[in-house]
Structures are given as C-alpha cells and as structure tokens.
Write a protein that binds this ligand. Sequence first.
Ligand code: IPE
Ligand code: IPE
Ligand code: MG
Length: 237
Amino acid sequence: MKIKPEHIAIIMDGNGRWAKNLNKSRRYGHQQGASSAKNIVKEASSIGVKYLTLYAFSTENWGRPSKEVELLMRLFLETLEKEIDELNENNVRIRFIGDRKNLKDKLITKINNAESITKNNNGLKLYVALAYGAKWDIVNAVTNIFHELEKGMLTKEDIDEITFSKFLQLKDAPDPDLLIRTGGEKRISNFLLWNIAYSELYFCDCLWPDFDKNEFERALEFFASRKRRFGVSTKSC
Ligand code: IPE
Ligand code: IPE
Ligand code: MG
C-alpha cells in the first residue's frame, strides 16, 4: 500500500486567474473555489486522511479591494451555513484557525456554532485557516506564553520547542506531512511557517477550481515517492 500523508495542508490559490481565463468575475472564481474545497474535503475524508488544513484567507488578504473582501466573507458565511450539516453527517470535526478580531460577529457566531456542533466527531479533522498568518500565529503564541510566565503558570525552563508548539493554532495536530499549493506560485505566503519545517512541498500549475480528484491523486503519488529523512542520514559512512 502507498504511504499516505496523515496531515495535508493546502494553499488554495488561483481562483481569480481561473475566472479571468473564462471571462468571468472573481466572485464566480471564488464560488467555484469553494466547490472545489468541498470536493477535496470529501475525497480526503473518504481515503482516510486524518487532518486537512485549508488556507482560505490570509492576514494579507485583508488588503484586497473592500468589495472582494466583503464577497469572500459572505461566501465563507454562506458556505458554512450550507455545508455544516453534511460535514457533521460525514463525521468531520471542523475548527478555524486565525485572528478573529476583524471578523464580523455573525461569522464568528457561525464559526463557534460549527466548531461546537462537530466537536465530538472523530472522522477527518478539518482546519480552515481564515484571517490566518503564520507570523501572527507565532507572535500570538509568544504573547500567550508571556502571560503564563507572568502568572507563574510557566517558568523560563519550561520553554522548549514542544511547549512553544502547544501555543500555536495547530497545537492539537501533528505537523503537515504534505503541503500542496495550486496556482503555479512557489511560495508559502505566510502559511504555517513553524509547522511546515519538514513537510514535503508540492507545487502545481493547476488553478484551484480545477483541482479535482485526479490532481489530488497526483499530489498523493508525489508524496508516496518521497524519501523523508528529517535530517537523519540512513546511510553508514
Ligand atoms: C485564492 O485565489 C483565494 C484567496 C486568496 C482568497 P486568488 O483570489 O488569490 O486567485 P488568483 O491568485 O488571483 O488567481
Ligand atoms: C495565498 O494566496 C493565500 C490563500 C490562498 C488564502 P494569495 O493569492 O493571497 O498569495 P500571493 O499574494 O500570491 O502570495
Ligand atoms: Mg492568489
């Protein structure tokens, strides 16, 4: 049997270019992107992937034109409303990672509700990175560690890589084994910097709305072909 990643993280990029190629609006591109995300969640779930983390909106994406930000926020809200029952029926546990301070109350309520409804599900653990930036994640961890030091709940000696990682957003998940980025760019764009230290990186030109079961399979083939060494040589001198 082929080796399967336990945790897959995906930078879902290329919705705008996909729409432009078809002379359609960016809105249409994002809608089709949401549909592609739904299909990949189903697929990951059915092949037994344990953790899936999807990059939906970055800290830097707040800098896009306000019309696009608004339509994305509306799309997140509508998609969550539409999909939550099916996700729950499929035993998916959903959690959101990111900085919620700029999200609208209505969306925060839906997010809390979705997390609470699915909290005891033991199928796919789905993380949606929304208003997420890895630099924010790290600074947020440092701030929270500082508070615990002040309160005496932690001492300086307690701080090591394991303790630090327990303050990050993905504290309950193993590090991603495979990071996929669609859309042709070979960059990380402030996603999970700490957690991807040893992830296998797969970049493809396919634009996110076109990322289907076959494209997913290709990424899994790539992963299965990698020799992971984690810095440890297996050959004797
Ligand atoms: C990814 O698609 C979705 C988000 C970043 C929210 P883009 O909107 O970045 O699409 P391109 O990269 O412009 O094609
Ligand atoms: C990365 O895509 C963020 C998400 C997919 C949510 P961007 O389109 O924002 O990244 P850049 O601007 O090409 O680096
Ligand atoms: Mg993009």
